[in-house]
Design a protein around this ligand. Structure first.
Ligand SMILES: [Zn+2]
Length: 237
């Protein structure tokens, strides 16, 4: 038998069903963007992310990519491989400009979709506010048959299934290259925004201050964990 309805639910609908609180408008000034807006703190629909097929990714004309044959037993290791993967080169933004990866990466299709959406919907708009449009991602990596943190023992890396993406720096149209990690005060709010968006889209985000292996680059992946547990570790100084 269901529990009795709380008294407040019996009130007239106008009072009983208030509008869900909306996040405050995002300040135009990056310097005042402190703390994640509530909308960015929700978990993404992981089931939806997982179900993204390669065909669906290629149907998105904003992806600059080529199909890649299934890769199993990479380097002779049965734990390595990408069954549904593609070669990602970049993404096309709404204004027709492109953000290219410094080098093409072999990556799982579902992860490619998440990375592309992050670049297009989060990273590019955030970076553009710094004064120059985002044009490239520098020092990128995805599939690689190895253990975590390039160690000789331990758990297999998400990179070994193409489920992870690394980026060292972002390139701007004006020629500047901004390192993802660092301690420049002028880049602090930009990095805070990048971290917020990454932690909203991916289940793992590792940067400086996380484990000693990510002092010079940002790692994101879609590792599936018990109870939807997520890692968002990037100590921005
Ligand atoms: Zn990585």
């Amino acid at each position: 038998m269901p529990p009795p309805r709380p008294a407040e639910l019996s009130a007239p609908p106008a009072e009983a069903a208030p509008e869900a609180p909306t996040p405050p408008p995002r300040p135009a000034d990056l310097g005042s963007a402190v703390g994640a807006p509530p909308a960015l703190q929700r978990a993404p629909d992981e089931a939806a992310v997982e179900s993204v097929s390669c065909a669906a990714v290629f149907a998105d004309l904003n992806i600059i990519a080529e199909p890649a044959p299934p890769l199993t037993n990479g380097n002779g290791n049965s734990a390595c491989g990408v069954r549904e993967g593609l070669t990602l080169r970049g993404v096309r933004l709404a204004d027709g400009s492109t953000v290219m990866l410094q080098s093409a990466v072999h990556i799982r299709c579902a992860m490619a979709a998440a990375v592309a959406q992050w670049i297009r919907d989060d990273l590019a708009p955030t970076v553009a506010k710094s004064g120059s449009p985002l044009t490239r991602l520098v020092g990128v990596g995805a599939y690689e048959c190895r253990l975590r943190n390039n160690q000789s023992s331990g758990k297999i890396s998400e990179h070994a299934t193409g489920n992870a993406f690394d980026v060292h720096a972002i390139g701007l149209k004006d020629g500047r290259t901004l390192q993802m990690m660092g301690a420049e005060p002028a880049l602090k709010s930009l990095r805070e925004d990048v971290k917020q968006s990454a932690c909203a889209r991916f289940t793992t985000v590792l940067g400086s201050g996380s484990d000693g292996y990510h002092e010079d680059h940002l790692h994101v992946d879609l590792a599936a964990r018990r109870n939807g547990y997520r890692l968002c570790q990037w100590d921005i100084r």
